[in-house]
Ligand binder design. Structure first.
Ligand code: F6P
Length: 472
């Protein structure tokens, strides 16, 4: 089997990285030869031309350092202040600074130069996420002829939002240098196809533009998943039980509603707390009987828009506490720190309602994990945003429009009052989907497409997974 090279901004380290990407891919690479390549997490005065390789728990990981200025332009700047808000349709939160694009390209070129000496001709390269869109262009410019695939972990923007990104045409040309572009959901493939079929004729800065040729790139949806059976086992592990007992003592007979999200404006956290406020305002009988736990580890907190989201959430939680708390009852707990997987699995299992209500999201693996952690004999209810990629595979969740806090409040009431039979029925369908769209199937399907000759079992990808775009 060909070696697999995974490239991403963050690499797996001794401490678990924030977010689902590292957790998801570690297992895939452990089953194959090859290595993981990315940024070391270190900032230096001078760029480091060579990668340092290390063995981390049996995984070979190659890393490069970045200079402080390059990292700022590439990560906080172009990736997270331009691409992230635009891809999440928050153009109002985008900041456009011209030098950031040069830094973004410089870092991608540095990745390519440091990676090239470690490549063998038949290696298959799998590049992850919006930080590294130009990597195939840079590798090909250095002579790499390998099969290269790209997977986007965030939503693909609508054409208008894409046009608002400086150099969007070059970025689309970069995507056309991949053999395959994998997206999370059908809605993303539709948005991509819309751009490919109706390309902008010109821009003031660049004049008339030549249409991007996507004829050699396959574009398809590969919904990412989790390892639901492993997560289910985790939810009954001693560490999870310890957390469950601790929480049960605190909750007494109150029903728990839970949200676990990086502190990011795309997650719709103030809207979620407002919906909870409306639940308590409209249903006085539920006060003292319910408790919301929101876990929100800070993220990208050097960026102003993230600090503002944190402040907005502080204010919203304070408002709900001031309005409803009593000396011996608090309506919510808000925790700004990360917890390990076993503790989270226990909390998910205990919670009657799992709240996953982003304003826009790639897939959202918290939705998968909440489902996997449930007790099959007494499962909780998933309240899910229709704007998360997960909504396409989890129609049996209570789907809500997170901008409509009245609707979300009503969904919370329905979830809290739902009878056991309906909860079991919905949960079984969700768990079946979580198993079908597991992380193993996801990786196998993507790799079967990227490297048909080396596909395990030789059967090719599962057609159920694919929504293929007709871009030409
Ligand atoms: O969801 C997109 C994503 O980039 C993930 O791939 C990543 O795990 C998460 O956001 C965390 O982001 P960051 O690396 O900026 O902390």
């Amino acid at each position: 089997m060909n070696r697999l090279i995974i490239v991403s901004n963050r690499t797996p380290g001794k401490d678990p990285a924030a977010g689902g990407l590292a957790v998801a891919l570690r297992k895939t690479l452990a089953d194959r030869n090859g290595f993981w390549f990315g940024w070391s997490g270190k900032l230096t005065e001078k760029p480091s031309p060579d990668a340092m390789f290390e063995n981390i728990d049996g995984l070979s990981v190659g890393r490069i350092d970045l200079t402080r200025d390059d990292h700022h332009a590439y990560y906080a700047g172009f990736s997270n202040s331009i691409l992230w808000p635009s891809f999440h349709l928050r153009l109002d939160l985008a900041t456009i600074e011209a030098p950031w694009y040069e830094g973004y390209r410089r870092v991608n070129a540095q990745f390519a130069k440091a990676l090239l000496p470690h490549l063998q001709p038949d290696d298959v390269i799998w590049v992850h996420d919006y930080h590294l869109i130009p990597l195939a262009t840079e590798l090909r410019a250095l002579g790499a002829r390998n099969r290269i695939g790209f997977y986007l972990h965030i939503p693909f923007p609508t054409t208008d939002a894409l046009y608002a990104i400086p150099h969007h045409n070059e970025l689309m040309r970069d995507l056309a240098r991949y053999d395959i572009v994998g997206l999370q959901a059908n809605r993303d493939v539709i948005a991509f196809t819309d751009f490919a079929d109706n390309q902008s004729p010109s821009s003031l800065a660049d004049g008339p533009l030549e249409a991007v040729d996507f004829s050699r790139t396959e574009v398809a949806a590969f919904p990412i998943g989790s390892d639901p059976d492993a997560f289910a086992r985790l939810a009954t592990s001693p560490a999870a039980n310890k957390m469950i007992k601790r929480m049960q003592r605190f909750l007494d007979d109150q029903r728990l509603l839970i949200g676990v999200d990086r502190l990011d404006y795309s997650k719709g956290l103030p809207q979620r707390v407002e919906a909870y406020e409306k639940l308590l305002a409209n249903n006085a009988h539920l006060r003292r009987l319910v408790h919301l736990l929101q876990v929100a580890p800070p993220s990208r907190d050097t960026i102003k828009e993230y600090q503002e989201t944190s402040d907005a959430l502080d204010a919203m939680c304070g408002r709900v506490m001031g309005r409803f708390a009593e000396p011996d009852w608090a309506p919510l707990t808000y925790v700004k720190r990360a917890y390990g997987q076993p503790s989270l699995a226990g909390l998910f299992r205990l919670a009657r309602v799992g709240l996953v209500t982003p304003l826009r999201d790639g897939m959202n693996l918290v939705a998968h994990e909440y489902v996997a952690a449930q007790n099959p004999d007494n499962p909780g209810v998933l309240v899910l945003s229709r704007f998360a990629g997960a909504a396409e595979i989890f129609p049996e969740a209570l789907l809500v429009n997170p901008f409509d806090t009245d609707e979300t409040a009503e969904a919370l009431r329905l979830a809290l009052e739902m009878g056991l039979d309906e909860r079991k029925q919905r949960w079984q369908a969700l768990m079946d989907a979580a198993r079908h769209y597991s992380i193993d199937n996801w990786a196998q399907n993507f790799l079967a497409r990227l490297n048909p000759a080396g596909a395990q079992g030789g059967g090719g990808p599962d057609r159920d997974f694919l929504y293929l775009a007709s871009v030409a």
